[in-house]
Design a protein around this ligand. Structure first.
Ligand SMILES: Nc1ncnc2c1ncn2[C@@H]1O[C@H](COP(=O)(O)OP(=O)(O)OP(=O)(O)O)[C@@H](O)[C@H]1O
Length: 334
């Protein structure tokens, strides 16, 4: 993917916190994200690393007790944090859309899937004709088209069905259809396959990959699975305890991981474990995000730690569009 085109999404220094009874949770702490037009960015990391909160922040969907404390979020150059709630609602749905991990709770159980797709189209689709009946007819035709696009047969009839009448895989497809109703430029798919069995997982991922090419959109794929990233993503961003710890073109990161955490992730999955090495899980726990010491966040779990890792560790540019947050790495001066 070229780096010369202006980014579709550019996030800099994002900090999102949750004020809880136990204290302030630094869920996202100084995260930078770039998504270029047409590319697929994989976001990987263990549970609680801040993947969902980062992209809920981008979508303007963080709710109290959470809030964005600082950072800038630009979409096609527009500063999203400066937009009014109605202007942000317009962008959400029309220009960028996010599908949630659990389709059953994300969909409205009281509305048919047709009503839910129509709701999005009526709110955002400026190409619908004037006049109540003509508008409804055109929107219905588009809803059928979207269900067909995500591979749902007898789409016209299925518009009358409620979410619970579909299987888990079908519900994910419906959520994708709703997200795509207005042909957004960016689709953020948060763990689209978590609740699904392996065959259906592959179908949903293929579907997203296929639609991405057909609609020419960018995709952010949030996942625990580096295997999925290696198959579908141009670039990967590895998150740990609210920070990005490594980033770069997928093949380069997977063949030559620079951060000990990325190496740990690779060794903990069967398909991609480095040649000749045994599969082994990363020992220890993600640190408590409330009381974070200034040191490297991976310190307590890192087998390569040095005394100097007790200091604050910044991201280092490594050349070839790669970056990692580890003191052991030589910095490349541009
Ligand atoms: N509503 C909330 N209240 C308090 N803390 C929260 C809330 N939502 C998220 N967090 C904090 O933010 C951290 C990051 O959450 P996030 O959902 O972004 O992780 P994730 O990497 O997407 O994990 P998963 O893969 O399990 O979805 C959590 O560990 C939690 O500490």
């Amino acid at each position: 993917m070229t780096t010369t085109a202006s980014p579709l999404l550019q996030v800099q220094g994002l900090r999102t916190v949750f004020d809880t009874r136990a204290g302030r949770v630094f869920a996202v702490d100084g995260v930078d994200v770039t998504v270029n037009p047409g590319e697929c960015l994989g976001v990987v990391g263990e549970s609680g690393s801040g993947k969902s909160v980062t992209f809920s922040s981008v979508m303007g969907l963080v709710r109290a007790p959470g809030r964005i404390e600082s950072g800038s979020i630009r979409f096609e150059g527009r500063d999203l944090r400066a937009l009014s709630p109605p202007d942000m609602r317009k962008i959400r749905g029309r220009d960028m859309a996010m599908t949630m991990q659990d389709a059953l709770t994300a969909l409205n159980p009281a509305l048919t899937v047709g009503e839910q797709i129509l709701e999005v189209l009526f709110a955002h689709d400026e190409t619908l004709p004037e006049g109540r009946m003509a508008r409804r007819r055109a929107a219905r035709a588009k809803a059928v088209e979207m269900l067909e696009l995500v591979g749902i047969a007898s789409a016209g009839d299925r518009l009358q069905y409620y979410p619970h009448e579909f299987s888990g895989g079908m519900r994910q497809r419906i959520m994708i259809a709703i997200a795509l109703a207005c042909r957004p430029k960016l689709l953020i798919a948060d763990e689209p396959t978590t609740a699904l069995d392996v065959t259906i997982q592959a179908q949903v991922l293929e579907l997203i990959a296929d639609i991405r090419v057909r609609l020419g959109m960018s995709v952010v794929l949030i996942t625990h699975d580096l295997g999925v990233v290696s198959e579908y993503c141009d670039r990967v961003m590895v998150m740990y305890a609210g920070q990005v710890v490594e980033e770069g073109p997928t093949a380069s990161v997977i063949q030559n991981p620079q951060h000990p955490y990325t190496r740990g992730l690779l060794q903990s999955i069967p398909r991609l474990s480095l040649r000749g090495q045994k599969i082994k899980p990363i020992e220890g726990q993600v640190p408590d995000l409330i009381d974070l010491p200034p040191q490297c966040r991976f310190y307590s779990r890192c087998s390569e730690r040095l005394d100097a890792c007790m200091n604050r560790i910044d991201m280092r540019e490594l050349g070839e569009l790669r970056r990692a947050r580890c003191i052991r790495l030589p910095e490349v001066k541009a």
